[in-house]
Design a protein around this ligand. Sequence first.
Ligand SMILES: C[S@@+](CC[C@H](N)C(=O)[O-])C[C@H]1O[C@@H](n2cnc3c(N)ncnc32)[C@H](O)[C@@H]1O
Length: 589
Amino acid sequence: MTIKYRRQATATRSTRTQTHTWAQGDRLADDGDVDVFDDECKETFITKSDVSLATVATSGARRQSVSGSSVVKNMVAETSDRGEKIARQFTLGILTKFSQLRQKLQRDHWDMITSTNTTKFAVIAGSKMLELKWYHDFNDVGHVPGVRVGDWYSYTYELLLIGLHRHLRGNICHLSSTSELSKTKYKNLSVVCSIVIGENDHVSGDSLLFIGQGGKQKQSRAETGNLAMMNSCNLSLPVRVIRREKDMGSTTGQRLTYYGLYKVLKFILDTGIHGHSVYKFFLQREGGQPSLESFLPKPFTKPDPSSSPGVLLTPDISEGVEQTPVRVVNGVDVNAPDTFHYITTVVYPHRDVPVQIQACECHFGCEDGICPCVKKNSGGVLAYNDDGHLIRVRNIVYECGSFCNCSHAACRNRVSQKGLKWHLEIFRTMSKGWGVRTLEFIPSGSFLCELTGELLTATAAADRENDEYLFNLDFHKNARGRGKPSKSKRQALVEELSAHYVIDCRLSGNVARFINHSCNPNLFVQGVLHDHGDLNRGHIMLFAGEDIAAGTELAYDYGYELNSVRDIHGNVVAKQCLCGVSICRKRMY
Ligand SMILES: C[S@@+](CC[C@H](N)C(=O)[O-])C[C@H]1O[C@@H](n2cnc3c(N)ncnc32)[C@H](O)[C@@H]1O
């Protein structure tokens, strides 16, 4: 089932019962070439990593990093509030439409693009949507249906289209005293709906010091925005606060984050940095909203190898093969990792290289509905958001590849082929041998690394002496999974899985071969195809399933079924799990 907003008859009915109106909701609905959600987005998400990915998915490019449990609570509350859920779909529909229009303009005029004029296309797309009345006509103070605290945007036009802040330039958006709403609700006074705060304003915990309008060339006056702020203070009305910050990872170089509702506690007239009088407004964040820490990106922590306990065994185990060095330290004993051949790509057996995948002819931008590689993904859409974060787990992700016409550097549909970019460290654990930790913060949905090794048939793998480093390539059946085909299982494997493959990363592999199992993992496995089309031999890519703080050990769920491993006599072999999390299953297999 695919939910398209053109089919949402109930959506239109329900929005009519709201106090606000969706500008031309039916026109939006009629347009109909945009899928807001597809099946998998609508499924119930139960695991922590699924939940955080679901949040990524439902907020499109606007990732909220919220702890699993609070998201579950949010989602439950949300399901009970059907109107809010529908409003959310409309909000996402508007943002999707805006993004599509903007990207189409960029594609059509790609020869005109320079690094400084990409926002021009956003302006054209935004004004076109206003002209067609494809926006949320929300004109009141307080919560905007469909918008969540922690959502973030790259373009001011997005704020305007979803009704969050209706000014493209001004940082105070207010209702005029002559508006119908002010007459009926706000004592004929102009009141503030939203403010955009910037570098001059000061946030400290839930307190905010906001510098009002004016003060640069002349004294500030108690008029327009400043007056509305004073009225909101006197009437104790909520003000929506959006923070504008520099973000070099964003296409516009800025990030506009919705901080939620605040109350203006007091204001004073003071002297500003330009020597003129300025109004200073003191605001306090309202309670009952997700905390700022729950969604603000954690500060980027520069790798600080000196803080890692232990003896540095090598500054780069890859010996320059990886673009980012991988350190090895040992603070536990005198062991060093066994020697192995460091490889960044899977090695295929002689004469068994998989067949070429269909390639795309895109000259500029591989986007939804256009690029044949993108179209192969479920729902026919890109698996990654604007930041290159995986939107949600899929059975398999199709990326563009070396046979494609698109640019390796610029294509948005090539994420997991670009190598290791995170600073990682292999370290000696107390009980699990070697493990891997990150030296820097990794945002949820980010690509970590491929699990490389020798590709073997299951039969060949069953002959290997050491099965500690074998990975079953059957993830396309269950979207994850690690298991080792023991010798006793060899016959069954040969019979059952003639096309079954295994990766052995013991003799040849990369940093991923040191990553341990956890029953509550912070990584997950995603199968990806880019250089061939054989589902049985997809690449094993590891992605962050949640925001991961610097210094944290990385782990994924090996996915063993209990009692699935037997010795040569057919007896079940059990292995104790030492992951140490509170929900540990106590056994790896
Ligand atoms: C691919 S290796 C991981 C790296 C390994 N720790 C090392 O020293 O090279 C898999 C092996 O690590 C150990 N291991 C991984 N996760 C574990 C866990 N949660 N509990 C106990 N042992 C674990 C097991 O011996 C397992 O067979």
